[in-house]
Write a protein that binds this ligand. Structure first.
Ligand code: T4K
Length: 412
């Protein structure tokens, strides 16, 4: 790998025709994997038991361990985070319109829209990247049934402020906690027990994964019972269907992965925290670059390393920086660009209120590789590439424009 240390000409960047810094792609979402031997043993046991899905022993064990970890009464494991959101919404009786942020992965909106509930997009607080409670109220109509907060990057929403708005208007409050497994809110409570219910994703790219998977957590016995029924076609017993349902069950291989990864949870968090710390020092002082920080005094999973690029100070836009990194085989991602409200089918609708902060942020954020497969040297190299690119921003800008237009890229 070529040296990235020190100031120098950006001509060393792969953008100008050199070899990429990374021979293999450095991904943002490489899965964390716990002890393989323990996982393999669990799979053997599962095969011997010949019980592969439908509320198996591993699923039940995983649910009770997660409930204990999060300090919540009920955990209902399901096949993915999107289904968790859908079952949660249905089990909580949400309909009509739901107020939610646009600055989130599109699954949050799709999960609602898919079942005929209309997402109404609310702007975010630029300081937290989360839904702005002060802006929720002006979006409420007689059709509104709920507020759906998203704990973006695992940083808790302003739960109490949202609770106050929900209470004032008789709305339900639920959360998309896809990013927030093992994180706390307000320094005390683990995320999972907020609002009526919360929905988690355990997708392969999440720091804790069950291949595909997710869960709904709640302290409400009725909601939990409905979620259990609904994930299993509405069955409440053999041959006894009590409600509408779907197939949202988690299988035993996924639960075995979950149990194995739970045992390694702290190792994953430590690796993420270390990477985050290394990025913080590696990116320090680069003009126009701000690393999203995690709140002191909270439990955090540090699973996203996100930078905000302020082009007026860096002289390089977020997309240009992404082009530089991609040329080096660093597959940084523009989470969450361009915001749900600018994607089909939502983009053809009239917004109830403008979303200036969402638009601004969606043009500035870039997620960088982290996780247990990312080494200290990888982080140092990624930081070196970014520093080099910003140090010679005008030349890099011109080169990105030329390569986009299909022209010859001229080294500075
Ligand atoms: N709510 C929120 C707030 C969410 O962020 C998500 C999902 C959901 C709800 C829905 O939960 P799920 O239904 O997905 O459980 C990824 C994930 O697929 C998605 O789960 C996640 N959020 C979102 C933020 O990121 P993509 O489209 O970026 O995935 P993809 O395939 O491009 O993978 C990302 C990176 O990870 C790539 O560089 C490739 C790498 N990768 C991926 C997989 C699957 C690996 O290295 N190994 C792998 O096995 O959405």
């Amino acid at each position: 790998m070529k040296s990235r240390q020190g100031a120098g000409s950006a001509s060393r960047l792969a953008l100008f025709g050199g070899a990429p810094a990374f021979a293999e792609a450095l991904h943002v979402g490489r899965p964390n994997i716990g002890d393989r031997a323990r996982f393999a043993r669990r799979i053997e046991v599962m095969l011997d038991r010949r019980w592969l899905t439908n509320n198996g022993a591993y699923v039940r064990e995983l649910e009770s361990r997660i409930a204990r970890l999060l300090g919540v009464q009920h955990c209902v494991a399901v096949c993915n985070g999107t289904t968790a959101l859908q079952i949660m919404a249905k089990a909580c009786g949400l309909g009509g319109e739901i107020i939610m942020p646009s600055f989130t992965f599109v699954a949050t909106a799709h999960a609602l829209e898919w079942q005929g509930v209309t997402p109404v997009f609310c702007d975010i607080d630029p300081a937290t990247h989360n839904i702005d409670p002060a802006k929720v109220e002006e979006l409420i109509t007689s059709e509104t049934s709920a507020i759906l907060g998203v704990h973006v990057w695992g940083r808790a929403c302003h739960v109490e402020a949202l609770e106050r708005v929900a209470l004032r208007h008789g709305l339900s409050l639920c959360f998309d906690a896809a990013h927030a497994f093992a994180c706390s809110a307000a320094g005390r409570h683990m995320i999972g027990g907020g609002g009526v219910a919360e929905a988690f994703s355990f997708h392969a790219t999440k720091f804790f994964n069950t291949f595909e998977g997710g869960a709904i957590t709640t302290n409400d016995d009725e909601v939990a019972a409905r979620c259990r029924r609904m994930r299993d076609f509405g069955f409440a017993g053999v041959d006894r269907v009590e409600s509408l349902g779907i197939n949202g069950k988690m299988n035993e291989a996924s639960a075995a992965m979950g149990l194995t990864n739970l045992e390694a949870l702290q190792t994953f968090i430590d690796a993420n925290e270390r990477n985050h710390r290394l990025y913080r020092s590696g990116l320090e002082g680069i003009p126009g670059l701000a690393l999203v920080q995690y709140p002191q005094g909270e439990r955090c999973n540090f699973q996203y390393v996100v930078i905000e690029v302020d082009e007026s100070a860096s002289a390089l836009g977020r997309d240009e920086l992404q082009s530089v990194l991609h040329a080096e085989n660093v597959l940084a991602r523009r989470y969450f660009f361009p915001g749900c409200h600018r994607m089909p089918p939502y983009r053809d609708r009239v917004l109830r209120a403008p979303l200036p902060e969402t638009d601004r942020l969606a043009g500035r954020t870039l997620a960088l590789p982290t996780g247990t497969s990312v080494t200290d040297q990888d982080v140092a190299d990624v930081c070196g590439i970014i520093r080099l690119a910003v140090s010679d921003a005008p030349a890099v800008k011109a080169a990105v424009a030329a390569s986009t237009a299909g022209d010859t890229v001229v080294a500075p």
